[in-house]
Write a protein that binds this ligand. Structure first.
Ligand code: AMP
Length: 545
């Protein structure tokens, strides 16, 4: 006979996370650098009060459970209020990535059928451009005071402060099924249209609980956390939920994400932990080196979204910052793995530790991983067998928004990444499956070749792509950006690979370019590079830089 446990049950709702912070960490600050450039400060108590005020304003405007409210906003306190105020009443906070192409943004807003869009002043020109193509949007709300609305704007807009003003800063948060949607985020759609991923309250709350653990983000009330990773994509890696959960002070950096602006803010506010894509840390390291800074307080930077090159982790360590490698994706809310030491770490040599630190890490509690071969059979955890990475767990997507077709294969989500897993469970990404270089039937990891190139002191950035080859099908071609003042040649850079990888893995050639563009989510634009340089070995003249 079943015997039910006799513990209290309350659904895992995001409103309870902020409510807890407002009660138990009421005077802990949320500091925001605003679009206007100034610093705004208030507490978790204030944030909760204004999220309740927003919830009341939304309800009085007829917004109900399940309705989508779009945001086009930087990391800031009003965005935080939207996360909680919208989700708190059962509506869905749809975070939109403003770095996507305007046509993609229009597609996303229409596909989601957003009823309201709340946007930062810096996105006013974008709103002006897309609004005529978004007929379902009932109101465009600028995240500002009434006095800061532009004098002349081609469409009716409201100010956020007026929208919420006059409403009570008190609500009894509705209790509903924890499986209801809280946040919607679209993939960046490098091939085809972006796809919607609808996060439930349960998934985001559970991920927040798991992510604060010591071998995950290791967050506590003594931390000051600055998510540089944007709130407009994949929930800023869940930090707007995990920081209040433990009562960590939160610093939201707004739009200025260059090395100098971040360093100044981090120093001023005593930031201890931050999170961002590798290019953010490259910018910070460059600035710190240029002006001779060393970090005392800012001790940990979580690096994800793209592989953290070992040379970057080394440079950060020299400046007093530990790079903590993490992997995830939109479909995983996004946290999958974090690289933390295992029990045997302390017995390992410096070189062995560096090899471990370069990996993307072990699955955090609540996520399960495996790698499979082309026949779908699981590959051994030997650190060498590379296969398609599959994931399952409490915050892994099951269906894309708007479809009732499962996105799973036998209960697992195919991530599209190619990886190895070693005997201790450390996962290492070798490629996106579409970026793998298949040379004469063997697979070559583009990430490994890029990491080696970027460890050359005269290389600023590098991408390795598969270029068509008459004999081997594909061969690696390196596209590199030299550091200013460098006259590095292709043969010098190729010689740098000697002894670092098997001879047949060394790229066949190097093309130097002035810059390498990144996608809207901070990844190398490999598709564009393949289109431009993919015929380098068969039509060499077609691919001149
Ligand atoms: P997104 O859905 O935009 O967050 O992108 C997810 C993809 O980014 C993953 O499937 C990986 O291909 C890549 N990615 C994320 N984190 C890492 C990492 N630490 N190392 C290598 N690739 C990563």
């Amino acid at each position: 006979m079943n015997l039910p446990g006799q513990m209290m049950y309350t659904p895992l709702l995001l409103s309870s996370v902020l409510q807890q912070a407002a009660r138990h960490f009421d005077s802990v600050e949320i500091v925001s650098r605003r679009v206007e450039g100034d610093i705004h400060r208030y507490t978790y108590r204030d944030c909760h009060a204004r999220a309740m005020q927003l919830a009341n304003a939304l309800t009085s405007r007829g917004i109900a459970a399940g309705d989508r409210i779009g945001t086009l906003a930087w990391n800031g306190y009003r965005h935080m209020e939207l996360y909680y105020g919208v989700a708190g009443i059962g509506a869905v906070c749809h975070t939109i990535n403003p770095r996507l192409f305007p046509e993609q943004i229009t597609y996303i807003i229409n596909h989601a059928r957003d009823r309201l869009i709340c946007f930062d002043a810096s996105f006013a020109p974008l709103v002006e451009q897309i609004a005529p193509q978004c007929p379902h949007v009932e109101a465009w709300i600028m995240l500002c005071d009434e006095k800061d609305l532009p004098d002349a704007f081609p469409l009716p807009i409201e100010s956020y402060e007026t929208f919420i003003s006059g409403h009570a800063q008190q609500i009894s948060w509705p209790q509903f099924d924890e499986q209801q949607a809280a946040v919607l985020c679209y993939t960046s759609g490098t091939t085809g249209n972006p796809k919607g991923v609808l996060y439930s309250h349960r998934a985001l709350t559970m991920m927040a609980y798991a992510s604060v653990a010591p071998d995950a983000f290791c967050l506590s009330a003594t931390d000051t956390v600055a998510p540089v990773v944007p709130m407009f994509h994949v929930n800023a890696w869940g930090l707007p939920f995990s920081a209040p959960l433990v009562g960590a002070r939160l610093v939201l950096p707004g739009p200025r994400l260059d090395g100098e602006s971040l360093w100044t803010l981090f120093e001023q506010e005593g930031v201890t932990v931050s999170a961002g894509v590798p290019t953010i840390w490259l910018g910070l390291v460059d600035y710190m080196r240029r002006v001779g800074k060393h970090s005392d307080r800012f001790g940990r930077a979580i690096v994800g979204g793209a592989a953290c090159p070992p040379h970057l982790a080394r440079s950060m360590r020299e400046l007093g910052i530990k790079a903590v490698h993490a992997w995830g994706m939109t479909e995983l809310s996004p946290l999958g793995t974090v690289c933390a030491p295992s029990n045997s770490y302390r017995d390992k040599s410096v070189e062995e530790r560096a090899c471990i630190d370069a990996k993307q890490g072990r699955a955090i509690a609540g996520v399960d991983l495996k790698v499979v071969g082309t026949d779908g059979a699981e590959l051994p955890w030997d650190g060498n067998s590379a296969g398609n990475l599959m994931a399952r767990g409490h915050w892994v997507l099951s269906h894309y928004y708007g479809t009732d077709q499962t996105a799973l294969e036998n209960g697992w989500f195919a991530t599209g990444d190619v990886a190895t897993i070693d005997a201790e469970g450390y996962m290492q990404i070798t490629d996106r499956s579409k970026d793998v270089i298949k040379s004469g039937g063997e697979w070559i990891s583009s990430i490994e070749l890029e990491n080696i190139a970027m460890s050359h002191p005269e290389v600023e950035m590098a991408a390795c792509i598969a270029a068509e080859h008459p004999k081997w099908d594909e061969r690696p071609l390196l596209i590199a950006v030299r550091r200013p003042g460098s006259a590095l040649t292709a043969s010098q850079l190729l010689a740098f690979y000697d002894g670092k990888v098997a001879r047949w893995c060394i790229p066949d050639d190097v093309v130097f370019v002035a810059e390498l563009r990144l996608t809207a989510t901070g990844k190398l634009q490999k598709l564009a590079l393949r289109q431009r340089f993919g015929k380098h070995f068969v039509e060499p003249h077609a691919s001149k830089a």
